[in-house]
Design a protein around this ligand. Structure first.
Ligand code: NAD
Length: 362
């Protein structure tokens, strides 16, 4: 039911899609609505120069539709650069479903979402992101072939999160090498913010390496579960950003490096799985550079997941997945060195490398 009629003279005050801060020449933005299942989703296709736009589906209880739109625009753009820098023949896309994955995700809703994905004829290929699990993708697979992240039992490459975590671990080691002269993380204090699928797998690598690990999450049960499984401490304070630490690993949601947090950060290295960690890539990238904090670009080091799901399209095996993911170490070091040599932010150096690959294909 429409409850508010907007005065036509006031319409120009609302930022439309093309005028959104995060709109960056996206090729297509699709709004999906289904009254019967309650589905409200947005699919963002940023760029398909290198191939079909592949990116996961996030289900999240956004405060409003503008927040959801902003998220899908930012996430899909990030996917373009992630695929490009990783050397994959894929474009950038992403989908968001508005709602609480714990209470509102039904099989009917997921199937209807799959039909919307199918209607795009392969221009967008989905996978899992926050709020999604492989079983959801298996379900979507029953209505469209344009889905990856399928379980191994159904012939897919399985849950991408452990591979994403391995890539983040590689990127973190490379950033440590750059910042400290050694990539051995034993004795380094690492704060892992968000211990979901990726965060937990990262904690496992860090535990094996002998790092001192603090974990934080909004989910208390999860914190206790991870504390009981690994040698970690739960962060009990209220402002993680101001804590003394060597490495900050954002593995929850994006934009945690922003006007408020950046001046408090004491970490020398930032390396985590979350997409879009910098609230403003140019401004906050520059501030990190000025503060001498080594930032391992998120879209580079969290590419393990896309490498994993790409295997389903290209039919390469586990060994190749691991080789490609391990390569994130070398690419990260190269980017950090390029940035230093060219007096660029690490974000800009990574972006330039990705954009060069897209431009070469045009
Ligand atoms: P997940 O949903 O399994 O875990 C996210 C965790 O973050 C949850 O435990 C949640 O409670 C916690 N969280 C949410 N808000 C928080 C806050 N404000 N403070 C602390 N914790 C908070 O998601 P995931 O698959 O582990 O992904 C984590 C991040 O990595 C996301 O940003 C995702 O987009 C990104 N990412 C994931 C993959 C992948 O393969 N899963 C690949 C690339 C990027």
């Amino acid at each position: 039911m429409v409850t508010e009629v907007i005065n036509a003279n006031e319409l120009h005050k609302i930022a439309p899609v093309f005028g959104q801060h995060s709109f960056d020449n996206h090729e297509q933005v699709v709004f999906c609505n289904d009254k019967d299942t309650g589905l409200k989703a947005i699919i963002g296709i940023h760029n398909t120069t290198l191939g079909p736009a592949l990116g996961g589906t996030r289900m999240w209880q956004y405060k409003n539709e503008w927040e959801a739109l902003n998220d899908v625009l930012r996430l899909s753009r990030g996917m373009t650069y992630k695929a490009a820098i990783t050397g994959l023949n894929l474009g950038g896309g992403k989908a968001v479903i508005i709602g609480d994955a714990k209470t509102q995700k039904t099989p009917e809703l997921m199937l209807r979402f799959g039909e919307f994905v199918h209607s795009l004829g392969g221009k967008y290929i989905t996978a899992e992101d926050v709020g999604m699990v492989t079983e959801d993708m298996d379900l979507v697979r029953t209505v469209t072939p344009y889905v990856t992240g399928i379980s191994e039992e159904k012939g897919g490459a399985g849950n991408p999160s452990p591979i994403t975590a391995y890539g983040v671990f590689m990127g973190m080691k490379a950033a440590a090498k750059f910042a400290y002269g050694t990539d051995i993380l034993e004795g380094k204090t690492v704060y892992v913010q968000g211990i979901g699928n990726v965060g937990e797998a990262l904690v496992e690598h860090l535990t094996n390496e002998g790092a001192t690990i603090f974990i934080s999450d909004i989910n208390k049960d999860r914190l206790e579960e991870i504390r009981d499984k690994y040698s970690v401490s739960i962060y009990e304070g209220t402002n993680l950003y101001a804590e003394k630490m060597d490495i900050y690993a954002p593995c929850a949601l994006g934009a945690t490096i922003n006007d408020t947090t950046i001046n408090q950060l004491k970490a020398k290295v930032i390396a985590g799985a979350a997409n879009n960690q910098l609230a403003d890539e140019l401004k906050h990238g520059q501030l990190l550079k000025e503060k001498g904090i080594v930032y391992a670009p998120d879209f580079l080091i969290n590419a393990g997941g896309i490498i994993n799901v790409y295997a389903e399209l290209e039919n390469y095996d586990r060994a190749e997945i691991m080789r490609k993911t391990e390569n994130i170490y070398d690419t990260t070091l190269k980017i950090l060195q390029n940035a230093q040599n060219s007096n660029l932010t690490t974000y800009q150096a990574a972006y330039n490398m990705a954009q060069a690959r897209i431009d070469a294909k045009k």
